[in-house]
Design a protein around this ligand. Structure first.
Ligand code: 5GP
Length: 193
């Protein structure tokens, strides 16, 4: 998606060998118009596939997921990361290891919000090693839901996430921007996008 690539070029900052900081429009401050355009693009990519629900993980998946849900006209459920006293115990859970944070979080979705009747679209902000996507897949599988596909805002193609997802049986993965490499602090996009 050209608009997203231009924004990454303009505002993204490469940290170390493999992290892209995009907190001026996605991970901290949010650009609603760009989110809306991305939601419309996800809806175009996954239209006519019978999606009943969009699933994501808090916090950074929520903005693009809500916009996708708005365009697809379906509810959005975000998996929660912390166990709070107001969360029900009657939940699907999965452990997700985060390489960026170097810690494991349990993610959970209340059983009231995901069922075997659902056809779900999984959305996330980044695809890196694939752990978040596999965690969402585990929740959907536990519920007996059908996974229609996965929509990613930014995929780092040089990391093994897509391959891990495919090996786990997840197909139909679309990324709005695919990064082939970071070279001298600059983003190189995967032109096969
Ligand atoms: P994965 O589970 O695929 O390794 O990573 C997915 C999660 O890690 C994303 O939801 C995102 O929060 C975080 N993440 C991974 N790589 C990056 C990155 O380069 N930049 C930012 N901002 N977050 C990242």
């Amino acid at each position: 998606m050209k608009e997203l690539e231009a924004r990454i070029k303009e505002d993204g900052r490469v940290l170390g060998a493999d992290i892209l900081k995009v907190d001026s429009f996605l991970n901290h401050q949010i650009d609603p118009k760009l989110m809306q355009a991305m939601g419309a693009e996800f809806a175009r990519l996954f239209k006519d596939q019978g999606i009943t629900k969009v699933i994501t993980v808090e916090a950074s998946g929520i903005a693009p997921a809500v916009m996708a849900g708005l365009s697809l006209d379906v509810p959005v459920v975000f998996a929660r990361k912390s166990k709070s006293r107001i969360l029900s115990d009657d939940a699907y859970t999965a452990d997700v290891y985060s390489y960026t944070k170097q810690s494991t979080n349990q993610i959970r979705i209340d059983k009231r919000f995901l069922s075997a009747d659902d056809h779900v679209l999984l959305i996330d902000d980044f695809l890196a090693n694939g752990q978040a996507l596999l965690g969402m897949k585990a929740l959907a599988d536990d519920a007996g839901a059908t996974i229609v596909g996965a929509g990613i805002v930014i995929e780092k193609s040089f990391q093994p996430g897509r391959q891990a997802a495919i090996e786990a049986g997840l197909t139909n993965i679309h990324s709005l921007a695919k990064i082939a490499a970071f070279e001298d602090g600059q983003v190189v996009f995967d032109e096969a996008n």
